[in-house]
Design a protein around this ligand. Structure first.
Ligand SMILES: Cc1cc2nc3c(=O)[nH]c(=O)nc-3n(C[C@H](O)[C@H](O)[C@H](O)COP(=O)(O)OP(=O)(O)OC[C@H]3O[C@@H](n4cnc5c(N)ncnc54)[C@H](O)[C@@H]3O)c2cc1C
Length: 481
């Protein structure tokens, strides 16, 4: 069903292709800056260990193990706090790296800090046992029971162990999102419980004024970022913009659009192609936020999202009363028009992964023709929509209306998936590169936007690579966790 009035003259926008080069340069610079800051924190913790006598104390009995144990503990702490900062949803960090990249880095740093934490526990126990001339198990017991803050740190370690095990691929596959998410919150408990033992027994924390300032700043930054960006900002924004549901509209089987209005929504900085975490204050279920992409180019007083009913959270969509208050966290996501390098665009979406494409297509075809690449013509936009049945062609009518006056072409790829087959429907052995380049011969010269479940995205990326698309020109959002 059509929910957006679309006229060619509705809103002209200046072309973004020329601007995107500077946007990319700026983001690259900011990304490098963030990477350097993170590395500096880790290097700083090592420097403080050296400065606090880390190498010197190795000469004592059990000194090598104890000193290396201190080093691994410090680096593990620094990495744990960096992780907290990375997942604090700091808008600037989100804009530079996006959640996909942040989650990948978070995973990498997470397992690194976990391994170092285990090394810390083992090495310190061995070192203390050697120094005292007692057995390792007795020393471990003594450390936990008699050293200040160590009982709390042990509880924290158990919490972090739970998080690490539940993050392993095998365990993740077996867990529901809710259970995994709840377990993941234990990481905050784990990090918090580790603080007292650093304060009370960690020599390096207090070895110099500089060390104390360094560690307290890191702790305060991590705690402050969580409170400000995950709690404060969403509350302030939701109160300020007063977003409420204004209509709920059926789109296709099991798919509903939720249209919302509010005050000065343009100040949210939300762009077509992005998503937010949404909570509808209509009763049960509001405690759990859900990510949904905007499915129409947002305006100063209107936002639309489109929801496929899958489980308990999305099931509330069809019956949301008009006037329901909405709490919003975001915007997030890096699949925006201003990041593109090329004027012409290919969008590939699977199933409900068409939502950000619908908004982006509207945004891009409304750009004013610009001189960006030497010629003055509007962008060519091709959308490939992978769906199992024709009835699942969400937004087919709206796409038709947009195509009527623009260079937009929408190609539904209809058919059920064949296990081991390509993402193109049809005979099992269809060559996806041939199929793609037959449909979009200039694919290598286009910017590509991609959205859907992980296996689909992996397959499409491989095909795009084989068709000559530069990975830097692919922007993707995965509808998963
Ligand atoms: C960046 C992003 C943008 C999305 N945009 C849209 C959209 O525009 N329209 C739409 O219909 N769906 C979108 N989704 C998927 C949507 O968030 C889930 O379908 C929804 O949260 C399911 O919740 P549920 O309780 O109804 O179902 P459940 O039965 O709890 O889950 C159904 C599926 O959704 C996954 N899921 C559940 N909660 C989350 C979560 N918080 N984050 C990520 N995955 C989750 C589960 O792993 C499961 O595979 C998006 C997901 C992401 C990550």
């Amino acid at each position: 069903m059509t929910t957006t009035a679309m006229r060619p003259s509705a809103r002209g926008r200046t072309g973004t292709v020329g601007r995107s080069a500077s946007v990319r340069r700026r983001l690259k610079f900011q990304g490098d800056l963030l990477g350097t800051a993170g590395t500096a924190v880790v290097v700083g913790s090592i420097a403080l260990w050296t400065n606090g006598g880390g190498i010197h104390t190795m000469a004592a009995l059990g000194g090598v193990a104890t000193s290396l144990g201190r080093l691994t503990g410090l680096v593990a702490s620094a990495m744990l706090l960096l992780q907290v900062l990375m997942m604090a949803r700091i808008p600037w960090v989100e804009r530079v790296w996006g959640q996909d990249q942040l989650a990948r880095r978070h995973r990498w740093i997470g397992f690194g800090s976990f391994n170092l934490m285990i090394a810390h526990i083992v090495l310190i126990t061995i070192g203390y046992a050697q120094a005292a001339g007692v057995n390792i198990l007795g020393q471990a017991w003594d450390l936990v029971i008699n050293y200040p803050g160590m009982l709390l740190a042990t509880a924290g370690t158990v919490a972090i162990l739970l998080v690490a095990f539940s993050s392993m691929k095998r365990a993740r596959r077996k867990l529901r999102y809710e259970s995994w998410h709840l377990l993941h919150l234990y990481a905050y408990v784990g990090v918090g419980l580790a603080l007292p033992h650093q304060l009370w027994t960690g020599k390096d924390f207090l070895s110099s004024t500089f060390a104390t300032v360094f560690w307290w700043t890191l702790w305060a930054a991590a705690a402050g970022a969580i409170l400000i960006f995950r709690v404060g900002l969403p509350i302030v924004r939701s109160l300020r913009h007063r977003i409420v549901v204004s209509a709920v509209v059926p789109e296709s089987p099991g798919v509903w659009s939720v249209v919302m209005t509010g005050r000065r929504l343009d100040r949210l900085g939300l762009q077509a192609g992005q998503f937010c975490q949404w909570r509808f204050l209509s009763g049960k279920g509001w405690t759990r936020a859900h990510p949904y992409s905007v499915s129409a180019d947002p305006t100063a007083d209107r936002i639309r999202i489109t929801i496929k009913v899958l489980g308990d959270g999305s099931a509330v969509a069809p019956s949301l009363p008009v006037g329901t208050r909405v709490v919003i966290e975001g915007p997030y996501g890096v699949m925006t028009a201003d990041r593109r390098n090329r004027r012409d665009v290919l969008m590939i979406g699977a199933g409900i992964g068409i939502t950000p494409m619908r908004a982006l297509a509207e945004r891009i075809v409304r750009e004013e023709p610009s001189e960006d690449l030497g010629t003055r013509r509007p962008p060519q936009v091709t959308v490939l929509h992978r769906i199992p049945n024709w009835a699942d062609g969400t937004f087919a009518e709206e796409f038709n209306q947009l195509s009527a006056w623009s260079n937009l072409r929408v190609v539904p790829l209809v058919g059920h998936r064949v296990p081991g087959g390509s993402f193109f429907p049809g005979p099992e052995r269809v060559d996806p590169v041939w199929a793609l380049t037959s449909l979009v011969p200039d694919v290598a010269d286009r910017e590509v936007y991609l959205c859907g479940p992980r296996p689909f995205m992996t397959q499409v990326r491989t095909t795009l690579g084989a068709a000559g698309v530069d990975p830097a020109n692919i922007h993707a959002e995965e509808f998963g966790w």
